[in-house]
Design a protein around this ligand. Structure first.
Ligand SMILES: [Zn+2]
Length: 414
């Protein structure tokens, strides 16, 4: 009986030792993790593919770079577009897990293409993260199509040259680009598909921040059941969410999951292959999407386990990602006096291809009803009457050259 207190003492001591050990492990992990984040950010700043920039990205820019990669990666022409432009595929690694990614299915959505080329830079260099890269090459066979819709890319349109949205052509396969993707899908039998897109600047999160990156594990049927493939895709997304959350907390969203069999992601998911939709969105003041491309690059590092997880991600983590809302306008001018009534105006930018670059043309989009909206840029007119392009009558759809305070002539927007 007299030995009891002694046993308790030992138990307490063991527990204390365990807690100290666990804290040390966790601290070591955090130290290691923070060090990795700093190293990878510094690598990115110095080595991302600076040859590609801006929004207008087409074959004339990427083909010469792909030519340079011919000796490093396995690159092949897998078909041609409706306008007979080559569609190329880059194959990297020889691991068991097959991943198939395609970017610029929508020709004017180039951010993820830039991120893919940053990832190619990362994988092809021989100075940094060699252990992680070797593991990646042995674990994965990564097929990627940098530009699936080269005609749309050149025209800077969402659709292909025939005006068809390829992401509504998954069932009909009426366009050669759709068939090229489907043929590759059939021949490489991927374990995971990555459907890479851009989303507009309108997407917001419930916290009032811009949705810089959004993800979706698309539905596989109308009931939106969580099928095995869908569930797997959710966990893959959760892993990227965890990785990205260190960089842009509160700026990652979950996309709408209504089912549409004509969408490629939904149709692949229905076929039982986990498919992840990426939507590269707006980061404050980054209309060229050079910051967002960096975050897509980090998402890829998270997905492929190059950026390690603290603990395994789960389906519950996926559902913890807030759903996107559409509450952003590019510009909101508040407290404007129009016909004696105080109201607000919103302006959105239309992207127009002009002389080989994209112009952001401001257009008056809405008058009033903007109380629940956020502006990427907000201006307070303080109850002033305004002149829009030098006239007093304002109407929706007008291109905005400038807006001035009528009495003081102070510029509110130009
Ligand atoms: Zn898209």
């Amino acid at each position: 009986m007299g030995s009891r207190p002694h046993i308790w003492l030992q138990l307490y001591r063991s527990l204390a030792l365990f807690i100290v050990y666990a804290c040390k492990q966790s601290n070591d992990y955090l130290c290691h993790s923070n060090k990795f984040l700093m190293e990878i950010s510094s690598w990115y700043t110095n080595h991302f593919d600076a040859r590609l920039k801006g929004r207008y990205l087409h074959l004339k820019q990427i083909d010469p770079i792909l030519d340079l990669y011919e000796d490093v990666f396995s690159i092949s022409i897998i078909g041609v577009s409706e306008n007979h432009k080559n569609i190329r595929c880059v194959k990297i690694g020889s691991g068991k897990k097959v991943v198939l990614a395609w970017s610029q299915m929508h020709g004017n959505e180039s951010t993820t293409t830039k991120a893919l080329f940053d990832f190619f830079q990362f994988l092809s260099q021989k100075q940094h993260f060699q252990k992680e890269i070797e593991t990646f090459l042995n674990t994965y066979t990564f097929y990627s199509i940098p530009i699936l819709n080269p005609d749309g890319a050149e025209l800077y349109t969402r659709e292909n040259v025939n005006g068809v949205d390829l992401n509504r052509d998954a069932k009909d396969l009426s366009q050669s680009e759709s068939r090229v993707l489907r043929d590759l899908f059939t021949s490489v039998k991927p374990d995971l598909c990555l459907n890479l897109h851009d989303q507009r600047t309108i997407y917001s999160l419930p916290n009032g921040k811009s949705a810089t990156v959004s993800f979706l594990s698309p539905a596989a049927n109308v009931q939106r059941d969580i099928t095995e493939a869908r569930s797997e895709a959710m966990v893959e997304i959760a892993r990227m969410f965890t990785a990205l959350n260190r960089y842009i907390p509160g700026q990652i969203g979950r996309y709408d999951d209504s089912f549409n069999e004509n969408c490629v992601g939904d149709s692949f998911q229905k076929l039982g292959i986990p498919t992840v939709l990426f939507e590269a969105g707006h980061f404050p003041n980054d209309y060229q999407r050079e910051k967002t491309r960096e975050y897509i690059f980090y998402a890829l590092l998270g997905l492929f386990g190059i950026m390690k997880e603290e603990q395994p991600s789960t389906q519950a983590d996926y559902f913890s990602i807030p759903q996107n809302e559409k509450l952003f306008k590019d510009v909101i001018i508040r407290n404007v006096d129009i016909d004696g009534e105080i109201t607000s105006l919103s302006i959105c930018y239309e992207e127009v291809l002009e002389d080989d670059s994209i112009q952001f043309v401001p257009v008056l989009e809405k008058i009033g009803g903007l109380d629940s909206f956020f502006g990427h840029k907000e201006v307070d007119a303080k109850g002033a009457k305004i002149l829009l392009n030098s006239h007093e009558n304002v109407f929706v759809g007008e291109k905005v050259v400038n807006i001035v305070d009528k009495s003081s002539a102070i510029s509110l927007f130009s």
